[in-house]
Design a protein around this ligand. Structure first.
Ligand SMILES: *[C@@H]1O[C@H](CO)[C@@H](O)[C@H](O)[C@H]1NC(C)=O
Ligand SMILES: *[C@@H]1O[C@H](CO)[C@@H](O)[C@H](O)[C@H]1NC(C)=O
Ligand SMILES: *[C@@H]1O[C@H](CO)[C@@H](O)[C@H](O)[C@H]1NC(C)=O
Ligand SMILES: *[C@@H]1O[C@H](CO)[C@@H](O)[C@H](O)[C@H]1NC(C)=O
Ligand SMILES: *[C@@H]1O[C@H](CO)[C@@H](O)[C@H](O)[C@H]1NC(C)=O
Ligand SMILES: *[C@@H]1O[C@H](CO)[C@@H](O)[C@H](O)[C@H]1NC(C)=O
Ligand SMILES: *[C@@H]1O[C@H](CO)[C@@H](O)[C@H](O)[C@H]1NC(C)=O
Ligand SMILES: *[C@@H]1O[C@H](CO)[C@@H](O)[C@H](O)[C@H]1NC(C)=O
Ligand SMILES: *[C@@H]1O[C@H](CO)[C@@H](O)[C@H](O)[C@H]1NC(C)=O
Ligand SMILES: *[C@@H]1O[C@H](CO)[C@@H](O)[C@H](O)[C@H]1NC(C)=O
Ligand SMILES: *[C@@H]1O[C@H](CO)[C@@H](O)[C@H](O)[C@H]1NC(C)=O
Ligand SMILES: *[C@@H]1O[C@H](CO)[C@@H](O)[C@H](O)[C@H]1NC(C)=O
Length: 469
């Protein structure tokens, strides 16, 4: 544990010297700031009414500009409801949304800029030393974007109808940091995004802690935290309860290095942790430690589809509970799911190497799935101290292997404790599989080597048997 936490501590203290006393005192008055005297600008002094009905956009933006012109500081939102179109953060500015204050994202297309890539309620672009804190709420009013409620999966409004963008994921995100340095998102609640919630893109040195994210459980694409093409990101003490992927590193335009996630609680109708599926570049040096995953459709997932290479990833001290939900959501109750199957016939195969799973305990309705591909082997995987308890408690169909997105899609295949294909090097040490109830009910096969390349598998102290209280 000590050695695993070393990178976390190192990143925290090297990158965020201003955090050191904050950690000790849990004071939040040392967020990024310029060298100038710390100044606070209240949005109400700039005309914001905070009645939740009239748009306060101009007033909020005026406070941000004044703060930035003064060399940076805080923009304070006292208790109240601030309805707003997109607001833009400037360098050196920290939004301090106080307890009792709620920033409400507008629900009209005209509330957002013309390029859909900039549709956020709060947007920071190419700026440094910025943040959000204060204990209050940013609310995307996501339910206003539901066209038809459905407890399998809601049907959402799409602004593609006006030609504003294409595809079916055409809604605004909640908070975006694009191309930023020294970002802090501390002690805020992010609620009901219409689409993705917190989006970190091409950033360096980001700290996210004590953030709670709540998104409607039936709403598609309301991801928790999406981290793209970014280096040195630390996420800790977060609680994420949402419909779609909770913590989702991706690579579109460049690699992703050094992401550390610790002490979090997650529930989702899709993957709790998901690398990919966008994976055009490499992922290196990721640590996930002390995480609880409850009632999710998939626990720890790597869906590498686009040719990126993944290496040096550790998952430690994680409790997982996974169950089936409607199959329109990706995920088949797998506690651990690792694939490199190319997205389609034109995609290159990526590879995954040096994965460590240590001190993992799972209760799940399906087994572990480890599937490389011909050109994209899985190599050097380790499972150490892993307890897998298998039990069915929902009535959804089992016996399907899920290669989505793309690849082979959903494929009929009997269930097993661990399914393996295209692997070079797998060490299983001190792994216990326990089966609840009837062993002859059709999914009692502990290890399933699919007819493909599976080399250098070692089992040390591996057990499979009936669950005993
Ligand atoms: C795994 O758990 C054991 C026993 O609780 C602990 O001693 C060890 O440090 C843990 N390993 C890691 C990598 O956290
Ligand atoms: C990130 O933080 C590290 C450590 O404080 C620092 O050396 C580096 O310059 C920072 N990177 C950027 C892009 O600001
Ligand atoms: C931010 O930087 C990117 C990359 O250099 C550039 O494409 C984009 O236009 C910039 N955005 C703004 C608002 O300056
Ligand atoms: C618009 O979104 C809907 C789903 O909300 C989708 O079915 C449709 O194909 C999309 N149309 C276009 C032109 O992207
Ligand atoms: C992250 O680090 C890698 C490796 O040094 C570099 O190629 C990449 O440009 C960095 N990303 C950003 C956003 O600075
Ligand atoms: C990632 O972290 C390691 C060790 O803390 C550091 O040496 C390396 O420079 C970091 N990589 C990037 C791209 O920042
Ligand atoms: C693990 O995370 C929980 C919060 O989810 C926290 O209460 C607990 O102290 C953490 N444990 C360790 C050993 O850091
Ligand atoms: C992944 O590794 C392979 C084999 O070394 C290499 O050909 C490919 O370019 C790498 N992918 C990326 C995105 O760098
Ligand atoms: C996992 O469960 C065990 C046993 O109930 C408990 O000791 C441990 O703290 C839990 N760990 C996490 C990360 O929730
Ligand atoms: C696995 O189960 C054994 C026996 O119940 C227990 O001693 C051990 O702590 C468990 N390990 C984990 C990682 O939960
Ligand atoms: C999968 O099995 C179901 C019945 O269990 C059957 O209806 C379906 O056609 C099968 N699909 C394929 C692709 O074989
Ligand atoms: C176990 O399953 C088999 C086959 O489905 C069935 O014949 C048998 O009665 C079951 N036994 C128990 C104890 O449920």
């Amino acid at each position: 544990m000590a050695t695993l936490l070393f990178p976390f501590a190192t990143i925290l203290f090297l990158i965020f010297p201003f955090l050191q006393s904050a950690c000790a005192t849990s004071s939040i008055n040392q967020l990024p700031r310029s060298n100038h005297r710390q100044t606070t600008f209240s949005v109400t002094d700039y005309g914001a009414v905070g009645d939740g009905k009239r748009y306060d956009t101009r007033h909020i933006q005026a406070a941000i500009e004044a703060c930035s012109e003064a060399g940076g500081g805080r923009v304070r939102f006292p208790a109240g409801e601030y309805l707003t179109a997109t607001i833009y953060l400037r360098s050196g500015v920290v939004l301090e949304i106080e307890k009792g204050a709620r920033v409400l994202g507008g629900t009209r297309l005209m509330d957002y800029p013309s390029e859909c890539g900039r549709w956020y309620v709060v947007l920071a672009e190419n700026v440094t030393d910025v943040g959000i804190t204060g204990g209050g709420v940013i609310d995307g009013q996501g339910l206003e974007f539901v066209e038809k409620m459905d407890d399998r999966k809601n049907v959402m409004v799409s602004w593609n109808r006006t030609g504003a963008c294409y595809g079916d994921e055409c809604r605004p995100r909640l908070v975006g940091f694009l191309g930023c340095r020294n970002v802090a998102v501390w002690d805020v609640r992010l609620l009901e995004p219409a689409y993705w919630c917190l989006h970190i893109v091409r950033c360096v040195n980001t700290s996210i802690h004590d953030v709670s994210i709540y998104g409607d459980f039936d709403t598609p694409n309301n991801d928790g935290i999406d981290i793209e093409d970014s280096n040195n990101t630390v996420i800790t003490r977060c609680e994420i309860n949402t419909g779609d992927d909770a913590i989702c590193p991706k690579t579109y335009t460049g690699p992703l290095y050094n992401l550390t996630v610790t002490n979090c609680w997650i529930r989702t109708k899709s993957s709790a942790i998901k690398l990919g599926s966008a994976s055009w570049f490499d992922f290196k040096g990721l640590v996930f430690d002390n995480i609880t995953i409850a009632d999710s459709h998939r626990g720890l997932g790597l869906q590498i589809r686009d040719g990126g290479n993944v290496s040096g990833i550790t998952f430690s001290n994680i409790n997982i509970s996974t169950r089936y939900y409607d199959p329109s959501w990706w995920g088949r109750a797998e506690p651990i799911y690792v694939t490199t199957c190319p997205r389609d016939s034109t995609a290159k195969a990526g590879s995954i190497s040096d994965l460590l799973f240590v001190n993992i305990s799972a209760n799940s309705e399906n087994g572990v799935f480890l599937s490389g591909s011909k050109g994209g082997l899985l190599s050097n995987l380790k499972f150490i101290n892993v307890n897998l308890t298998y039990r069915r408690w929902t009535n959804y169909q089992d016996g399907l292997v899920d290669y989505r997105p793309g690849c082979w899609g959903l494929v009929n295949h009997s269930t097993a404790g661990i399914i393996m294909e295209h692997i070079e090097g797998l060490e299983i040490e001190n792994v216990n599989m326990r089966w609840y109830g009837n062993l002859s009910s059709g999914w009692d096969n502990p290890l399933d080597f699919r007819p493909s390349t599976v080399n250098d598998i070692s089992l040390l102290s591996f057990h499979s048997g009936l669950y005993k209280q």
